[in-house]
Each structure stands twice: as C-alpha cells, then as structure tokens.
Write a protein that binds this ligand. Structure first.
Ligand SMILES: Cc1cc2nc3c(=O)[nH]c(=O)nc-3n(C[C@H](O)[C@H](O)[C@H](O)COP(=O)(O)OP(=O)(O)OC[C@H]3O[C@@H](n4cnc5c(N)ncnc54)[C@H](O)[C@@H]3O)c2cc1C
Length: 344
C-alpha cells in the first residue's frame, strides 16, 4: 500500500485524496485551517453566513459532472442558483443590457459554499486521515520516504508520495524552503510564470431591513458584475438557496484595485468599498454588520497551462486551479489529473 501525504484540503487536494484512497493508497491530509474547503469558503456571523470566496461554480467538465452526480449525497448539497439574473453594471450602477452574460446554469453548495468539499472530505475525516490546523513548513527526504515538518513542530514521516494542493506562491516557497531534494522539483522554475491576483471582499448585513418587515433593500437583481474601478462583483447572499433570509451582500473588489490597496488597513478598505457599493446599488443605509477579508491569492490571471506537475523520480506532485485557470472546475480537473498520473 502506497503511503501518500496531501497538503491542502481545498477542491484540488480533496479530489486527489479521494481518488488515491479509492485506488488503495493510505492517504493523510494536512490542512492549515480548521476545516476543508479552501477558497470555497463560508464565514458564519451572527447575521448569517457569507460566501466570501467562490461565488458560484459552473459544471462544464464531464468528470466534474460525473462526480457531482455519482458521489452519494452530493446532489443534496449542490443547488442551482438563479444567477441567470446576473446583471452587468456601469460605474453609476446602470444595467448594461448589451453585456448580459450567458444563460449557463450556476451552482452553489448549501448551506454554505464550503459544504461541497466538506462533504467530499467526510470519508477521510471519518477514517481520521485529516490533520486540520496543521501547516506544513518543510519536506525532508529520508531513507524511509518523505517527512513533513509542521509549524507546531510535529513531524509526520514515512510517505512514499507527497501532493502539494496549495496556491502557487505557497508551493514555490515550501519547495524552496525545504532545500534538496524537494527544491530540485522538476517544473519548479515554471511556477515563476504564473500570475494570481488578490481580492478584497466586503461582507454587509442589514438586520433592520427585515425587522421593518421589508424583504430586501435596493436593487431587484441579486447578482451583478460591474465595471466600476473598485468593484467587480456584488451578490445578495440571502438570494442563494438554503441561506438565512436576512438581507446580506458580498462585494468583491476588482483585481487591479485589490492589488493597488493590498497593504491598506481594513478600516480604510471597508470605507472605500462601502462608498462604491452605495454608488452602484443606491443602498446608503448604515449596515448593521460590515467586515472585510483579504485574499492574497484569489484569481489566476496567467495559469501554468498544464493539468498538473508530477516528478516521478522525487514522487512529488503539484495540483490546484492555477495550473489550468481560475475556477473550481480547474481545481477539480487538476486534482483528478495528478492523482490519475500517480496511479499510472
Ligand atoms: C474571492 C474569490 C472569488 C472566487 N470566485 C469564484 C467563482 O465565482 N467561481 C469559481 O469557479 N471559482 C471562484 N474562485 C476560485 C476558486 O475558489 C478556486 O478555483 C478553488 O477553490 C481553488 O481550489 P484549490 O484546491 O486549487 O485551492 P484552495 O482552495 O486555495 O486550497 C488550498 C488549501 O491549502 C491550504 N494550505 C496552503 N498552504 C498550506 C500549508 N503549507 N500547509 C497546509 N495547508 C496549506 C489552504 O488553507 C487551503 O485550504 C474564487 C476565489 C476567490 C478567492
């Protein structure tokens, strides 16, 4: 039985881990945060949850469709969302009718975006194969295989294979920090070509709206892209299936603005995004709750252009959305591709 470590419990890592487990590997997952999902993230607040990372996912790839249809319980977790109502706004909040997006079905996980990956991680969790709150810092190679050295000082050894299912900057750092032989990973140099933009996200809740007996505030639409220089996307969280009805909005800044304001303090970012939100939606009421989140590695601008990287001599592999693109499906396809290559 091959002993395989997977670093990262996002869509790519969990997809790779499930495939390897099914093929008979003994799989252990290491994830630095407290649960699975990665950028398919949901934040719980006293006012309801926010999908502050992935907004929705598409299903274009046949293998992704197959997994969504065939993994038991998955259909109950994934729900179609009326994103066909997505609008495109000019900087004054006017709908640009000519720029309506395609009528492709859009899906969300329920009750929060992290529910899909969490559902797929369940068999691994039930077999006690996942270490949460465990950040891997170095990889060392011994006669008995790879050893993972973690931020809390713990060491986990005896792995035949290691899969890195993490953003490219973090993969690059981890491999280089580890020194030889990991730093000799075939393909490491190519990671310098990849470009990923950050994203500031604003979360807003308006409890007074519902207390006053109104169902919602402002526009009739539930989601919009915008060409405003500060804001690229807005969605009414409460319009998504399986969510609490309290009026909540998630607002995502444009890649350019997020990059320009990456190191600004949260208070300043919140104030600027709130002002732009008012310009676009006409909602000028004071929110009962406002919070921002900074994603340093949000959206791939320049992918690697390969499904995955697998160094068969070192038995080290890398997967993630950034190898192929910027969507959940890319992460799935990359995780699946790497795990199948490892079984060849
Ligand atoms: C703001 C935002 C909006 C988005 N909107 C959409 C959208 O609408 N539609 C869409 O399809 N996609 C969207 N995406 C992209 C989508 O979220 C990603 O494509 C997908 O979730 C990537 O999955 P992944 O497994 O490759 O990486 P991740 O989800 O980033 O998973 C990597 C995991 O590795 C962990 N990790 C990192 N380093 C270590 C370490 N050293 N040790 C242990 N664990 C580690 C991280 O904590 C994380 O859980 C969006 C992303 C963001 C940020």
């Amino acid at each position: 039985m091959k002993n395989t470590a997977v670093i990262g419990a996002g869509m790519a890592g969990i997809t790779a881990a499930r495939t390897l487990l099914k093929a008979g590997h003994r799989v252990t997952i290491f994830e630095k945060s407290h649960g699975a999902g990665g950028r398919m993230a949901s934040r719980n607040t006293p006012y309801g949850s926010f999908d502050h990372g992935t907004q929705y996912f598409t299903v274009r790839n046949p293998d992704f469709l197959k997994a969504l249809s065939e993994v038991p319980g998955t259909q109950a977790v994934c729900r179609a969302w009326s994103a066909n109502a997505v609008r495109v706004l000019d900087p004054l909040g006017r709908v640009i009718e000519a720029a309506l997006p395609t009528r492709e079905p859009h899906f969300v996980a329920s009750p929060g975006m992290n529910a899909l990956v969490r559902h797929w991680a369940l068999p691994l969790e039930e077999a006690s194969r996942v270490h949460y709150q465990t950040q891997v810092q170095f990889l060392k190679r011994h006669a008995k295989g790879w050893e993972l050295v973690c931020a809390d000082g713990a060491k986990h050894g005896g792995f035949d294979n290691v899969v890195l299912a993490i953003p490219h900057v973090q993969a690059d750092y981890l491999l280089r920090q580890s020194g030889a032989p990991a730093a000799g990973f075939k393909g490491l140099k190519a990671l310098a070509e990849v470009q990923v933009a950050p994203c500031w996200t604003l979360m807003l809740a308006y409890p007074l709206v519902n207390q006053s007996g109104l169902s919602h505030l402002g526009p009739q639409w539930n989601a919009a892209r915008s060409v405003h220089h500060r804001i690229a996307w807005l969605s009414r969280e409460s319009s998504k299936p399986g969510r609490a009805s309290l009026e909540r909005w998630t607002v995502q800044a444009s890649a350019e603005w997020s990059q320009e304001h990456l190191e600004d303090d949260e208070e300043r970012v919140q104030a600027k995004l709130l002002k732009a939100f008012a310009e676009l939606t006409g909602i000028r009421a004071e929110p009962g709750f406002a919070q921002v989140h900074r994603w340093r590695y949000a959206k791939t601008l320049q992918p690697l252009g390969q499904n995955h990287l697998w160094d068969a001599s070192l038995k080290l592999g890398v997967c993630g959305d950034w190898l192929l693109g910027h969507r959940v499906e890319d992460a799935f396809v990359s995780g699946l591709g790497l795990s199948l290559a490892m079984l060849d």
